[in-house]
Design a protein around this ligand. Structure first.
Ligand SMILES: NC(=O)c1ccc[n+]([C@@H]2O[C@H](COP(=O)([O-])OP(=O)(O)OC[C@H]3O[C@@H](n4cnc5c(N)ncnc54)[C@H](OP(=O)(O)O)[C@@H]3O)[C@@H](O)[C@H]2O)c1
Length: 319
């Protein structure tokens, strides 16, 4: 496992981090705690030291599993998130800060996360939705300053709304944000356009999330794949999406000259080919997936030829 700086935070994070949404076991059907704990331990054994969770993942269940697996070990870097008070993902353009992140809500959620995690301090505290209109709201600025001054978080981040990478640039200019988390994968390459140059210029840490496009880039989504109605992927892969994904994946693998089973490692290495990315955080609920994904770090970035092919497979969608 290789490690990179998380922007200017002083933290060294594993190139492959751990996305802990799925183990929250509410919207991802089929997670079993025993297997999730085994996957978390396998990740540590493979050198993973960065774990991304949220108070909203299983209403604290994901955070509590992390506490069961690792206690308050200082070698394990934990990022969590404060959910929007109105529970609307993503933030609506017309939503006010008072509706979404009022001071009292943010402080109460931080205390809940610390309790779930069994820690006195969080390494990274992220806003789970964002609307850049709030970037100079005096209440937000004061809340962020208050949290940092209290010593309960090491650094502050924004988990940017899905597919809106530029909806964070004003917040970055505020100087209050050290880390952003953004969807970045071989299909959605939009952060390359505006966000990543700003992150490079300002030494902002970058967490690349959803590296497999929720499973598309694992090669496992087929036209006849089905998900239980309660699993959120039932909606994500609704309509004709599974067939589109399957055809694009076949085309991509042909162009790269690889087998579909080799695609997950390529998808992770695509993210790590950007020097701006600090860590990539696949969701992985089985030790088998953890071991396969952790190995992608040692293989290094894609070759220039493979990267050129990957860039040609950018997929602009209206979600
Ligand atoms: N708004 C936000 O802040 C936000 C939103 C979405 C995600 N996130 C974060 O980003 C993380 C990653 O995103 P995600 O989990 O939604 O999607 P993802 O990482 O794109 O895909 C996860 C899927 O890939 C499968 N998988 C993992 N490794 C594999 C391998 N080697 N071979 C085949 N299949 C493999 C997983 O299966 P198994 O689970 O069965 O192993 C799971 O079905 C989340 O866990 C969360 O921490 C944040």
């Amino acid at each position: 496992m290789r490690y990179r700086s998380l922007g200017c935070t002083g933290l060294q994070v594993s190139e492959i981090g751990y996305g802990a949404w799925g183990i929250g076991a509410r919207q991802w059907i089929g997670a079993e705690d025993a297997q999730s704990l085994a996957a978390l331990h396998a990740a540590r054994d493979a050198g993973v030291n960065f774990f991304d969770t949220a108070l909203a993942y299983g209403e604290g269940h994901s955070e509590r599993l992390l506490a069961r697996a690792f206690g308050a070990s200082p070698e394990v870097i934990i990022a969590s998130k404060v959910p929007p008070k109105n529970l609307i993902w993503p933030a609506r353009p017309q939503s006010t800060l008072a509706e979404v992140f009022p001071r009292a809500h943010v402080l109460a959620c931080l205390e809940n996360s610390l309790r779930n995690l069994g820690r006195e301090r969080l390494d990274l505290f992220q806003f789970h939705v964002w609307n850049d209109a709030w970037a100079d709201d005096p209440e937000w600025l004061a809340t962020v300053d208050e949290i940092k001054a209290a010593g309960k978080v090491r650094c502050i981040g924004i988990s940017i709304n899905d597919h809106q990478p530029a909806n964070s640039l004003r917040a970055l200019a505020s100087g209050r944000i050290q880390v952003v988390q953004v969807i970045y994968n071989l299909f959605d390459q939009s952060p390359d356009d505006e966000l990543f140059p700003v992150c490079a210029a300002r030494s902002i840490g970058v967490i690349a999330r959803v590296p497999f496009d929720e499973g598309s880039l694992t090669g496992q989504i087929r036209p006849d794949t089905s998900f239980p109605a309660e699993d959120w992927r039932h909606l994500y892969f609704a309509g004709d999406r599974k067939r589109q994904v399957w055809e694009r994946v076949q085309h991509l693998c042909r162009d790269l000259g690889i087998r579909p089973e080799d695609l997950p490692a390529i998808a992770l290495r695509f993210c790590l080919s950007s020097p701006v990315v600090s860590t990539v955080i696949p969701g992985m609920r089985s030790p088998r997936h953890v071991q396969a994904n952790a190995g992608a770090s040692d293989e290094g970035p894609l070759t220039p030829a493979a990267l050129a092919i990957a860039h040609a497979h950018r997929w602009v969608r209206n979600f």
